[in-house]
Write a protein that binds this ligand. Structure first.
Ligand code: C5P
Length: 235
C-alpha cells in the first residue's frame, strides 16, 4: 500500500525560548519544518506528506511549502493542528485520502532523521508489523521518582529500571493505518507518542534501530547541535 506521512508541527516550542512556533524556526536559514518534510520525502516510498500546522499558521505554512524546493513526486497537504500533539496527529489522519494504507507520524522537531531510518520503519510495517518505532539504547541511567510539587525540590527515588532493557524512542513511527486510526478514536488520556496508543489497544509494537541524528530539537543547545550536523553533512 502507498505510504503517507503526518507531521505534527503545531507546537509552540516553549522550551526553546521565545520566538516563532518551533517548526518555523530556522536551522541554517531554512525552517525546521522544511528540513523535516525533505527528510521524509527523501524516501521514494513516501508519496504524501500532511502537515498539521499551528492553528493560526496554516496559510503561512502553505506559502513556506511553495517557497521551498520539494520533490515533485510527493504530494503535500496542510491542515490546522490542535491543542495537543495527539489532536494534531488526529487532524492530520482525518485528512488522509483512502488509498494510504501505511502511515508514518513524524515530529517536525526531528528535522534531521536520515532516510535509511525512514525506510527501515516503512519496511518493518510492510513486513507485517502494525506499529513500529525507531529506538536507541540509553546513555544515561534512568530513575523513577516521586515528582516534587515545586520544581527544583529534592525528589524521592522510587527505583531504577534495568538500563539494558530501556530504549529512547524517536520518530517517524510507522503504522498500519487502520490500527492507528482505531487507536486515535478510542484512546483518551495523555500520551507522548502514537505507538503507546496502539499498545493500549493490546496490539504488538516493535522497535527497529533508530539514529542519533533523529534527535528531537527541544532546548536551545539542540539548535547548536542540529546546525553542526547540517554543517558536517555539507562537507
Ligand atoms: O512538544 P513536543 O516536543 O513533544 O512536540 C513534538 C511534536 O509535536 C512537534 O513537532 C510539535 O510541533 C508537535 N505538536 C503539535 N501540536 C501541539 C503540540 C505539539 O503538532 N499542540
Amino acid at each position: 500500500p502507498p505510504v503517507a506521512a503526518v507531521i505534527p508541527a503545531a507546537g509552540r516550542g516553549v522550551r526553546l525560548g521565545p520566538g516563532a512556533p518551533k517548526a518555523l524556526r530556522a536551522l541554517n536559514g531554512t525552517p525546521m519544518l522544511i528540513h523535516a518534510i525533505r527528510a521524509l520525502a527523501a524516501s521514494r516510498h513516501v508519496s504524501l506528506v500532511v502537515v498539521a500546522a499551528p492553528p493560526d499558521g496554516a496559510a503561512e505554512v502553505k506559502s513556506l511549502l511553495d517557497a521551498h524546493a520539494l520533490p515533485e513526486r510527493t504530494d503535500f497537504l496542510v491542515v490546522p493542528g490542535g491543542e495537543s500533539r495527539q489532536e494534531s496527529v488526529k487532524l492530520g489522519l482525518d485528512a488522509l485520502p483512502p488509498e494510504y494504507g501505511v502511515v508514518l507520524v513524524h515530529d517536525a522537531a526531528r528535522p534531521l532523521v536520515p532516510v535509511d531510518t525512514v525506510d527501515a520503519v516503512i519496511e518493518a510495517v510492510r513486513d507485517g508489523a502494525r506499529a513500529v518505532v525507531p529506538a536507541l539504547p540509553l546513555a544515561d541511567t534512568v530513575k523513577e521518582v516521586e515528582p516534587a510539587a515545586v520544581a527544583g525540590d529534592p525528589e524521592p527515588v522510587l527505583g531504577t529500571p534495568e538500563r539494558a532493557r530501556l530504549r529512547a524512542v524517536q520518530t517517524p513511527q510507522g503504522f498500519d493505518r487502520a490500527a492507528l486510526v482505531r487507536a486515535h478514536e478510542s484512546v483518551t488520556g495523555d500520551v507522548t507518542d502514537d505507538a503507546s496508543m496502539v499498545e493500549q489497544l493490546g496490539l504488538a509494537v516493535v522497535a527497529v534501530p533508530g539514529h542519533e541524528e533523529a534527535f528531537k530539537v527541544t532546548r536551545p543547545l539542540d539548535l547548536v547541535l542540529a546546525e553542526a550536523v547540517l554543517a558536517r553533512r555539507r562537507l
